[in-house]
Design a protein around this ligand. Structure first.
Ligand code: ZN
Length: 398
């Protein structure tokens, strides 16, 4: 069976008020920030499907016949829809995040349960027992930070920033460029507080505007200035000196590894992730920050900027972005010729999201027409479906 999806919109304060309307015609009569559209069966925002004339939660449809809807393999491995697909439209920077590895998430979740910390408490680090690998596919220019810069670059940027209050720590990192010293330096910055923190941030801001000896430094410093408009005084203002600043072009994608700090700063994209809410924060946020737990879940391994993009694998009309996890698979299907009919075999529950054009999905005598921003759910028991039309689809499977 095929179902068209009705999806909840999350009006987080950082969301764009215009992007989802411009790209997908999603109405915004109240001029609210429209941060995310969720497609999936997550309890905090579950899609609806029409069944026998009435709307039911996708989670209910799955619960009624898990093996038929999810597929036997998925049902037995995960016991739920293992992924959550989002449209994400950021007008302001989101917090810097690290997601734990699966084993540490499971242990942390159990530990906090044993400590009796309520599930929705502000100081709760682990909301569930799962990891949260994610991949973002840019629809507009998409500015983000991801992974530690090479250590000599970090030391050089801190030197150029003229932050003399940190000179001693920077000199140590420069002399000993290894993970332990990067960890120490990162922890030192994140645990600055009171006057010390304020002075360091002020010194950074006094020095970065219009400065930088090369393109890398100018971009890092202009990112600091941009972040300062939204988060004045936040310790996360140092993050562009630690982390690669990258702008994805539309059509490019980036995988966000476990234990790797990252932040989305501005732009609209498609985000696919495992079904989890486990986030450890590392700045640019008024929310709870547990630095020791964060450090224990962070890999202090630099990644050169040139290695951040996920390289696509093309196969006819299907473009796959390979990911090192089994929670989801993402393909972009581009149909340029109106008359073509493409047969797509099905082996797991799928979500199809139309990005542009007009595409019809057909299976078992059913037909669903998708325009930009519209999505459909394909049950695993569907043998295959046919695609007609002209346009670009995101296909999520497992
Ligand atoms: Zn993330």
């Amino acid at each position: 069976m095929l179902y068209s999806l009705q999806n909840p919109i999350q009006n987080y304060a950082w969301g764009s008020t215009t992007s989802l309307t411009e790209l997908f015609g999603i109405a915004n009569d109240q001029n609210e920030p429209q941060a995310e559209v969720w497609m999936g069966a997550h309890p905090n925002g579950c899609s609806l499907v029409k069944k026998d004339g009435s709307l039911v939660l996708l989670s209910e449809l799955i619960a009624q016949a898990p093996e038929q809807v999810l597929g036997e393999r998925i049902s037995q491995t995960f016991g739920e829809l293992p992924y959550l697909l989002k449209l994400l439209a950021a007008d302001k920077p989101l917090s810097i995040q690290v997601h734990p590895e699966k084993s540490k998430a499971a242990a942390g979740f159990e530990r906090e349960n044993a400590q009796g910390i309520p599930a929705n408490a502000g100081n709760r680090n682990y909301r569930d027992a799962n990891h949260k690998p994610e991949l973002v596919y840019a629809l507009t220019p998409y500015l983000a930070m991801n992974a530690f810069r090479p250590m000599d670059e970090i030391a050089d940027l801190f030197e150029q920033s003229g932050c003399t209050l940190l000179a001693e720590q920077v000199a140590v990192l420069k002399a000993c460029q290894d993970s332990d010293h990067l960890c120490d330096f990162f922890r030192f910055i994140l645990t600055l507080d009171g006057e010390q923190k304020q002075d360091a941030v002020n010194q950074l801001l006094d020095n970065v505007s219009g400065k930088g000896e090369n393109d890398v430094a100018r971009r890092a410093f202009s990112t600091v200035a941009m972040l300062a408009e939204e988060y004045p005084g936040d310790i996360g203002l140092f993050s562009p000196l630690f982390l690669n600043v990258i702008e994805l072009a539309p059509g490019e994608a980036m995988f966000l590894d476990a234990e790797t700090p990252h932040a989305y700063l501005k732009g609209t994209g498609v985000e696919i992730m495992a079904n989890s809410d486990n986030v450890l924060r590392a700045g640019l946020t008024p929310k709870h920050m547990d630095v020791e737990e964060l450090v224990a879940n962070t890999r202090f391994v630099p990644v050169p900027a040139a290695e951040l993009l996920t390289q696509p694998v093309h196969n006819g009309i299907v473009c796959n972005f390979p990911v090192p996890v089994n929670d989801f698979r993402i393909d972009i299907i581009t149909m340029t010729e109106q008359v073509n009919v493409h047969d797509q075999p099905v082996s797991s529950a799928e979500i199809l999201l139309c990005l542009d054009g007009a595409v019809t999905v057909q299976a078992d005598g059913q037909q669903i027409a998708l325009g930009a921003g519209e999505s459909a759910f394909v049950e695993a028991c569907t043998n295959a479906y046919q695609l007609h039309g002209c346009g670009r689809l995101v296909r999520i499977s497992v």
